[in-house]
Design a protein around this ligand. Structure first.
Ligand code: OX2
Length: 831
């Protein structure tokens, strides 16, 4: 609500009491929940009890809106967006829900009056780490925006018992610990034991004649597992709308007759039960090598089957016959992980609901839309036909049939072009036959989109070129966005307050374009001073946090230069390292030079099976150890690795950064979203023309962005010509000496072999062209340092970065999906 429109304070008070939002009501609710749910009174409550009571008190206030939303959506027969995603990374819920309810201040005061440390209560919440990184976090931002924009929607996914592993650092190496996030209970979810669907696996199919004498197919499975719904309410900001995040947990099926398999074998039956439950046991880290993925395919089918069955149930409950299914629902596939949904909907419509192929296909291909998130060939999912057939025999038949219809069309359109037919087929026939999930997703969807302008262009001209030739209108772009509620208001309350005061209203929180109002003040020295104070305060907080967790002390006056994201060679954390080593060597050579102090901060997890990424983490920590303990360096540069980067810990990082490292090889990062989070919090970006960096630079102005490196086009040209990294190594003396320093054993207690796999790969293969961009990167970093010396100018650039970030709100992204792809309307729920 804008400040100007606020009702009189007295009315607010009365209204808050009526809706349970007053301070008194919050205090009473809290004490009741502590007593009746946690079974504790104030004197003996643990910090966790206090958190649970606060969470239930907050949830109680969301429930009324939730019921109202559900009723309204039902009577309106609202068109509903179903967002299917194998990952959701919502981050801790409590602070975010308080913001969206508009009761942060009241709750803080209530806690204060009860003698509680509110920040400590908020910090108690475990991270629901049900995702790997950008893709899962995007799904969570989209859920926030869907509710805020009042669009009826359901997020469907898996309730992993163990999310992404917790990362600790031991002797510089990443060590993975299992993430038992549900251990202390999850107050945000509501189990729905009655919303339960059977999921079938294995067995065989057979033909039979139905009562009308038609030939039909029946799937006789070998295993049936139940999926049970667990619902988490997702409240929009400042609205009455609450949407649903519905996650499925696997349980042994009661209807399934274990006895048939295990006559008298009680332990065998219990074993089958345990096996059933492994399906939703653990999230797979991405970038893992191929082996042992059968369970992953089972997981994908598990949540997709439950979700489609649930939609069919809802269709019958609200609208009626299935003919209007594609009018009632739109299903967005978040990458290919849920693309089995296409075959599953076909199966259910035909085998369970008596439709013929043409009617079923008409509905199916009108209901699905697919978002692609990567061009990296190793990340494009394929499943071996033999595994597919063993687990999902009926679906393989359906995939073959979709393929037959599809390739017939291709052949008519491109007469005699069998090469093209081979490339577009849903089945790869070179080597072991495999199902191409991306091709299935494109063929089964009416809209396909990339996640940034450059990425969507490359989707059309490279990855799906043949498909784009065939169906040019099917392809779209929706540039990613992030929610300012989580990444500004929750993560950075100081900056948020300053922005609201400067703009005279907090309207920007729901309409991020309003940040433009800051531009008028970009030269105002009063604002500069306060802007600087806000940043320094965040840097002090982060420094204290990192000191406590790593022992490394950072100077808040230094440039906080941050790279936080998954560790991957394409993201080039090692390019950043080469610059650090360059700074180190310069300081060693001329200790008295006037270098701008820098704190290099890294965060991110490596897939447990990705050796090179883990070696990069080790090298970061090894370089940190040497530099941080070198008396000659005297703290001028410091290096620190933040362990266990996740949504919760990230919230300490974004507000404190001066410089955001977005240095992937151009053409490799589909969008990036961390780039947006940092920039929204006033960091300047050093980056390549990759993913959404391109658009960020367009928006903030090229004079407010540190650009370096080859463009995507230059990259592919270099690759066509033949790229020889050793030539850079041989020609560039500084580059050579930086790499040689790693090989010298200086960072590895004399061990000259430890980092060889990394340095050899750089010099001999360098698939992500680190050496080709090295010189440009170092030069650009020198510009950064010079720019930082001019505090006024830097602060002005920082203000302008924030002022021009409106485009990167996930509200804008969701509006584009709603208008161009989903064709959905808002259904406001009155408060
Ligand atoms: C990530 C992409 O790597 C990243 O560039 C993008 O910003 C994010 O998705 C959200 O769109 N798994 N994670 C991604 O792609 C895949 C596959």
């Amino acid at each position: 609500m804008s400040m100007a429109q606020s009702p009189e304070p007295l009315d607010v008070d009365r209204e808050r009491t009526r809706t349970g939002m007053s301070k008194t009501a919050l205090k009473q609710g809290f004490l009741d929940n502590l007593f009746y749910i946690q079974g504790r009174f104030r004197e003996v409550a643990t910090p966790h009890d206090l958190y649970m009571a606060a969470a239930y008190t907050t949830r109680d206030r969301i429930l009324e809106r939730w019921i109202k939303s559900a009723q309204r959506y039902k009577t309106n027969q609202s068109r509903t967006v179903c967002y299917l995603s194998a990952e959701f990374l919502p981050g801790p819920h409590l602070a975010n829900n308080l913001v969206n309810l508009g009761i942060v201040e009241t709750a803080t005061e209530a806690a204060h009056e009860l003698g509680l440390d509110f920040d400590a209560i908020i910090a108690e919440e475990a991270e629901p780490g049900l995702g790997n990184g950008g893709l899962g976090r995007l799904a969570a931002c989209f859920m926030d925006s869907l509710s805020t924009l009042q669009i009826p929607s359901i997020g469907y996914g898996i309730r992993y018992e163990f999310g992404i592993f917790d990362q600790t650092i031991e002797d510089g190496w990443q060590v993975e610990k299992s993430d038992n996030w549900l251990r202390n209970g999850n107050p945000w979810e509501i189990p729905r034991p009655k919303i339960r669907f059977p999921v079938l696996y294995g067995g065989y199919t057979e033909q039979y004649r139905d009562h009308d004498g038609r030939s039909r197919t029946r799937w006789v499975p070998a295993q049936i597992i139940d999926g049970v719904a667990y619902d988490t309410p997702i409240l929009g900001y400042g609205v009455g709308n609450v949407n649903l995040l519905r996650l499925w947990k696997a349980e042994a099926s009661e209807s399934f007759d274990f006895q048939a398999f295990n006559v008298g074998d009680y332990y065998g039956a219990v074993h089958a039960k345990i096996e059933a439950e492994t399906i939703s046991k653990v999230l797979y880290p991405n970038d893992e090598p191929e082996a042992g993925k059968e369970l992953r395919l089972k997981q994908q089918f598990f949540f997709v089957s439950c979700s489609i069955q649930d939609m069919i149930r809802l269709q019958f409950n609200t609208v009626g016959p299935l003919d209007s299914f594609a009018e009632k629902f739109v299903i967005q596939l978040n990458d290919t992980h849920p693309s089995l949904a296409i075959a599953e909907l076909m199966r259910l419509l035909m085998d369970e609901h008596d439709m013929d192929w043409d009617r079923a296909w008409d509905i199916t291909h009108r209901v699905f839309c697919y978002t692609n998130h990567t061009l990296l060939p190793e990340a494009l999912e394929t499943w071996s036909v033999s595994l597919f057939e063993r687990l999902l025999p009926r679906h393989l038949e359906i995939v073959y049939e979709i393929n037959r219809h599809f390739l017939d069309e291709v052949r008519v359109h491109f007469l005699g072009d069998e090469d093209r037919v081979r490339r577009m087929s849903l089945i790869a026939e070179d080597g072991e036959r495999r199902v191409r999930m991306a091709n299935l997703a494109v063929v089964g969807s009416r809209a396909v989109n990339g996640v940034a302008a450059l990425h969507s262009e490359l989707v059309k001209t490279t990855l799906f070129k043949d498909f784009h030739d065939f169906w040019p209108d099917r392809f779209h772009n929706v540039t990613n966005g992030v929610t300012p509620r989580r990444f500004m208001v929750v993560a950075n309350p100081r900056l948020s307050r300053l922005i609201s005061e400067t703009c005279g209203s907090d309207d920007w929180i729901r309409d991020l374009d309003r940040l433009r109002d800051l531009e008028a003040h970009a030269m105002d020295s009063g604002l500069h001073e306060r802007w600087h104070e806000v940043k320094i305060a965040a840097k002090r907080d982060l420094a204290a946090w990192l000191k406590h967790r790593t022992g490394v002390l950072l100077d808040p006056e230094a440039i906080f230069d941050v790279q936080a994201k998954r560790i991957h060679e394409y993201k080039r954390q090692h390019l950043n390292l080469l610059h650090i080593i360059r700074c180190y060597q310069r300081l060693k050579q001329s200790p008295n030079q006037d270098m701008v102090p820098r704190a290099f901060i890294f965060g991110g997890k490596a897939a447990p099976g990705y050796f090179m990424a883990k070696l990069i983490i080790k090298l970061i920590n090894a370089v940190a150890e040497v530099i941080n303990n070198d008396p000659q360096i005297n703290g001028f540069i410091r290096v620190v690795f933040m362990p266990d980067f996740n949504v919760k810990n990230g919230q300490h990082l974004y507000p404190a950064a001066n410089l955001s490292e977005q240095i992937s090889l151009a053409g490799k990062e589909a969008s990036g979203t961390g780039n947006m989070k940092f920039s929204m919090n006033g960091a300047l970006t050093i980056g390549t023309l990759d993913g959404a960096n391109v658009e960020i630079r367009e928006e903030v102005g090229k004079e407010n962005f540190f650009l370096f490196g080859m463009s995507a086009e230059e990259v592919s040209q270099r690759q066509r010509e033949g790229y020889h990294p050793w030539e850079h190594y041989a020609k560039d003396a500084e580059l050579k000496s930086d790499i040689d320093l790693i090989n010298s054993g200086l960072f590895s207690h004399g061990d000259t072999q430890l980092f060889r796999p990394l340095t050899d790969r750089l010099v001999n293969q360098d698939p992500f062209m680190v050496l080709a961009d090295y010189r440009a990167y170092i030069a650009c970093q020198d510009h950064v340092a010079e720019a930082y010396r001019d505090h006024r100018h830097w602060t002005r650039m920082s203000i302008l970065n924030v002022a021009r970030m409106g485009k990167f709100s996930s509200d804008r992204a969701i509006r584009e999906y709603a208008e161009h792809i989903w064709r959905t309307e808002p259904h406001p729920i009155d408060l």
